[in-house]
Design a protein around this ligand. Structure first.
Ligand code: C2E
Ligand code: MG
Ligand code: MG
Length: 327
């Protein structure tokens, strides 16, 4: 396989990824053997290609787990097993609540509450993420309108919703958001969309066109988990966006004079240069809060102020009308 094949004077290189399975006595059909050899071959590919892997019990367990998760997810969409939790976002200069980030949870009938880290990536891989995202958008917008109506004395709050890269490639995204805003009657200026840097890499030109359309309606765009992706400064300034959210891994490890402190500082400077609002997530200590305030971060969220809250608990908070969230 290592010898290149010459096609029209060009050398084409090939490699082989091989999955091996031993014919043990519990295999009764050829297709079962082939299925497991296939699983081992995919493992060989993910482990770097041009190699072989031997199917083992662990791969079998993982394949089963994955298959159950896929089936469960499809059922969860049909049966509407998702809920949103809402994490307060606070103005770091005043300590007052300005809005919420909607974070999805899956109320699994047998495993209880499951977090997005357990299922979002799989939902993306099997192509069902957009129906989840559209559900989250609609639910979050509807919820904010309900709160604003139930508590008319509230200041105008905002809600942020996370999108996946596949959502950005949907040609009906703008239309769907228009429809949701019209049906829920949420002003566009109350909605923020969070997208991550890595989502922007492919097809940057059409992403710019679409984000521009959204921004022109008054919707805000935040770059989430900033600092963990591969943003090219070349296109960062061309992106129609409003906010940079520094990733919580930097905030968490902030220590004065240490590297992460300087990264958080650099991101604040960059935001300022690009005329973007800087937001910090994962604020857990008063010391981090103080530093972020000094660096000019405008908004923040984190366990120091509040964990993501279920709908009922948000309502208890809104009822107290004390929206000052500094400890
Ligand atoms: P994210 O958008 O960066 O959300 C922030 C994550 O940090 C949330 O995790 C939140 O619970 C957690 N967090 C907030 N404050 C603190 C803190 O002080 N300390 C620590 N250690 N963690 C904190 P969560 O809810 O597990 O969500 C994880 C990620 O899943 C989100 O990261 C987002 O990328 C994704 N996600 C959540 N909801 C949705 C959704 O509706 N659609 C899509 N596509 N992705 C979602
Ligand atoms: Mg987010
Ligand atoms: Mg984030």
């Amino acid at each position: 396989m290592e010898i290149p094949i010459t096609i029209e004077e060009r050398d084409v290189y090939t490699t082989a990824s091989i999955g091996v399975v031993f014919a043990a006595k519990d295999y009764s059909t050829a297709s079962d053997l082939l299925r497991d050899a296939d699983i081992a071959m995919y493992r060989a590919k993910t482990n770097g290609k041009a190699r072989y892997e031997i199917f083992d019990g662990e791969m079998h367990r993982q394949a089963l787990k994955r298959m159950h998760l896929e089936n469960d997810l499809r059922r969860a969409i049909d049966c509407q097993e998702f809920v949103l939790h809402y994490q307060p976002i606070v103005a770091l200069d005043t300590g007052y609540l300005v809005g919420f980030e909607a974070l999805i949870r899956w109320q699994h009938p047998s495993y209880g509450l499951r977090y997005p880290g357990d299922f979002i990536a799989v939902a993306e891989e099997i192509g069902v993420i957009t129906s989840i995202s559209y559900w989250a958008l609609r639910t979050a917008c509807q919820q904010l309108v309900t709160w604003q109506t139930t508590f008319p004395d509230l200041p105008a709050l905002k809600v942020s919703v996370n999108l996946s890269s596949q959502d950005l490639r949907r040609c009906d995204l703008v239309e769907e958001i228009d429809r949701i805003l019209a049906q829920t009657r949420l002003p566009a200026t109350c909605l923020t969309l969070e997208i991550t840097e890595s989502m922007l890499i492919d097809d940057i030109e059409s992403t710019i066109v679409m984000l521009t359309q959204l921004k022109e309606k008054g919707i805000q765009i935040s770059i989430d988990d900033f600092g963990t992706g591969y943003s090219s400064l070349n296109y960062l300034h061309r992106l129609p966006m409003n906010n940079l959210k520094v990733d919580r891994s930097f905030v968490n490890q902030m220590q004065e004079g240490k590297k992460n402190h300087r990264i958080v500082e650099t991101i604040a400077t960059l935001s300022h240069q690009l005329e973007l609002v800087s937001i910090a997530e994962g604020i857990e200590t008063s010391q981090q809060l103080e530093w972020l305030q000094q660096l000019g971060y405008k908004f923040g969220q984190g366990y120091l102020f509040s964990k993501p809250l279920s709908q009922d608990v948000v309502e208890e908070l809104l009822e107290t009308t004390n929206l000052y969230l500094f400890p």
